[in-house]
Design a protein. Structure first.
Length: 335
């Protein structure tokens, strides 16, 4: 997806979570943790607000009430609307007032994001017609049956179309929210939030909702040690053959493990890590593209520019201008 930077001196991006009783606590907390206040170590670039159709006490899945004072008018002033997973009986209809509020927000250009079963609300508003969408794997059949025009993908973590985004359940909500921050503010800023949350960098949306259990054995099938080893050596000319050798398996076996556990090939995973490292260096340093290419293992500026454009549909120079960490245009960035 092409990054959508905010202006150089933007007003805070307004995020509004649209809740409904009984509101599951965890998906709401996912959005609040990512878009909320992280203290002076992470300069605030978002404001976060909670609203509901009927202001007042909103029952949560914790068995306690959440006092929500803002009504649907808050959706009308949001830059991003998050529907953080609603508990709904199969076949239950979404309120016409909510549907209209979500549609109107989308019409005026707000981004609409759903975590878990929040996708049902977006589908009811017609925002997912003809589009690929994610939701919790256990509710995917329901979403597909109720809204046959939605192309439900029950396996992936999240799907982002730019104006509309959906995610699977539980921790995938954090992944989607961090992805949206990265699209708005750059990879380095999103990583700072993840670090404050004691979270690893967010997973890519194409990864699977659930992984295969590793088979017992003297080496084991877990990819975690390999991923850590490679991430520490991105400047080296590591390829799939070297990764397979490190894991003491064939390239074919390694590919099968990556596909089963992450939903992508080892080559794709490695390129994604190199692009992420490139984004951070473009945002946080004045290094020329040739130097960055060497640091992230993409060999040359020509190769980096080609790979970067394929991944993000923009150039390193344009990305740097949009997301430079100081956001004040200090110095001329290398093209």
């Amino acid at each position: 997806m092409t990054p959508r930077p905010l202006p150089n001196t933007p007003a805070p991006h307004r995020v509004v979570a649209l809740t409904r009783p009984p509101q599951p606590a965890f998906p709401l907390a996912c959005a609040a943790e990512v878009f909320g206040d992280h203290g002076p170590a992470v300069p605030a670039r978002y404001t976060f607000e909670i609203c509901t159709e009927h202001p007042g006490p909103v029952r949560t899945g914790l068995g306690q009430d959440l006092l929500v004072t803002a009504g649907l008018e808050a959706v009308g002033r949001a830059d991003t609307v998050v529907v953080p997973g609603w508990e709904q009986d199969p076949g239950a209809e979404v309120s016409p007032a909510v549907v209209e509020a979500v549609r109107e927000a989308h019409r005026r250009g707000a981004r609409i994001a759903a975590i878990c079963t929040g996708a049902l609300v977006l589908a009811a508003a017609g925002l997912l017609d003809g589009r690929r969408a994610a939701t919790h794997w256990a509710r995917a059949a329901e979403l597909a049956a109720r809204f046959p025009r939605v192309r439900v993908d029950p396996a992936v973590l999240y799907v982002d179309h730019g104006d509309v985004a959906t995610s699977a359940g539980s921790a995938a909500g954090v992944d989607l929210c961090l992805h949206l921050v990265s699209a708005d503010q750059g990879a380095a800023y999103a990583t700072r939030i993840a670090r404050r949350m004691v979270m690893p960098p967010h997973r890519e949306g194409c990864q699977l909702q659930y992984a295969e259990l590793p088979s017992p054995g003297p080496v084991g099938d877990s990819l975690a040690p390999l991923l850590d080893w490679v991430s520490e050596r991105l400047d080296q000319p590591i390829g799939v053959a070297e990764m397979a050798a490190r894991s003491q398996v064939s390239a074919r076996t390694l590919t099968r493990r990556f596909t089963g556990q992450l939903g992508i090939s080892p080559g794709r995973w490695l390129l994604d890590r190199r692009i992420a490292a490139t984004r951070a260096l473009l945002e946080e340093t004045d290094l020329p593209v040739e130097s960055i290419a060497r640091q992230v293992g993409l060999s040359s500026a020509v190769n980096l520019r080609r790979r970067f454009h394929e991944a993000l549909r923009t150039t390193p120079a344009a990305y740097r201008r949009a997301f430079r960490a100081d956001r004040a245009g200090q110095g001329a960035a290398a093209p």
